[in-house]
Design a protein around this ligand. Structure first.
Ligand SMILES: Nc1ncnc2c1ncn2[C@@H]1O[C@H](COP(=O)(O)OP(=O)(O)O)[C@@H](O)[C@H]1O
Ligand SMILES: [Mg+2]
Length: 268
């Protein structure tokens, strides 16, 4: 599938926003733009602008439970700005994913502290994956609860999630291969488990791009293997529906293979 065709399947509701190249100079306007732009977040965005990390914040790409994602212009390539909500009510769950990860020994347990740590965790996970050659958005910068990364998209249209992608059988097969390779590489090279792998968190820009890795767990985390099992079950169910008959079986054998490497380590 040509890159252009991929983006043609996205509805063009974003287009009307894209054309409005605007600086956030009018804080009041942005306050009503979206509730995520409270004074604190506006200050944080201004800070990123002053540091020349971003130039303008454009249209929203996604409004989620824990974070909103916006397209931003920078002085280089376009960026996706992920702003973690400081008003989120699900932050209790954050602690569970942070605690037990050997990379976070001393945890600031205040509400804000946890959210900043969460953003830093996603930043670190993206960097670790990028370093191992996994296709993830490259990081650009991090400030408090705001993560700036490369924008995955084409002419203002964000790349589609796999769940809305219309692809040929052969392409699904190819993507399935990439997903299996990625889970393996994540585990063996990065010592991480994605922990929210699904057709929502893989974008397609001609090949799969893995996103949303804030919750990704270091293998030192007590729930890492449970999450590996869940990731593989969820993503193989999706690919099975896309006609990959052996998806579940292949996922199961990858899981066993990966678990076996842990036993080998124990024997050493
Ligand atoms: N770097 C990016 N480039 C383009 N779109 C992105 C990028 N990161 C996220 N998105 C879009 O925003 C959505 C939500 O981002 P995600 O990281 O999955 O956060 P959430 O926790 O809200 O699921 C994604 O499904 C994707 O459509
Ligand atoms: Mg997501």
């Amino acid at each position: 599938m040509a890159k252009k065709d991929v983006y043609d399947i996205i509805d063009n509701k974003y287009d009307k926003h894209i054309k409005r190249e605007q600086l956030i100079v009018d804080a009041d306007r942005f306050k009503t733009y979206d509730e995520v732009f409270d004074q604190q977040n506006l200050d944080n965005i201004f800070r990123l602008m002053k540091r020349k990390k971003i130039k303008t914040v454009e249209c929203p790409i996604s409004t989620g439970k824990e974070a909103n994602v916006y397209l931003a212009k920078t002085f280089g390539k376009d960026a996706a700005v992920k702003i973690f909500r400081t008003s989120t009510s699900t932050f209790g769950a954050f602690l569970e994913y942070i605690e037990g990860d050997r990379r976070f020994q001393r945890i600031d347990r205040s509400h804000r502290g946890l959210i900043y740590t969460w953003a830093r965790k996603e930043f670190m996970n993206l960097e670790a994956m990028h370093e191992e050659g996994i296709r993830v958005p490259a990081t650009q910068s991090l400030f408090r609860n705001i993560l700036v990364m490369d924008y995955i998209g084409y002419e203002g249209k964000p790349a589609p999630q796999l769940r809305v992608l219309d692809a040929e059988q052969e392409e699904w097969e190819e993507m399935w291969g990439v997903v299996l390779d990625t889970v393996e590489k994540l585990f063996l090279e990065c010592e991480l488990v994605h922990a929210d792998l699904s057709e929502y968190n893989i974008l397609y820009d001609g090949a799969p791009v893995f996103i949303d890795v804030g919750q990704s767990l270091d293998l030192s985390h007590p729930r890492a293997l449970e999450m590996l099992d869940r990731d593989l079950r969820i993503i193989s169910t999706f690919f099975e529906k896309k006609g990959i008959k052996e998806a579940k079986k292949e996922a199961e054998s990858l899981k066993l293979e990966l678990l076996a490497t842990l036993e080998e380590d124990d024997d050493e």
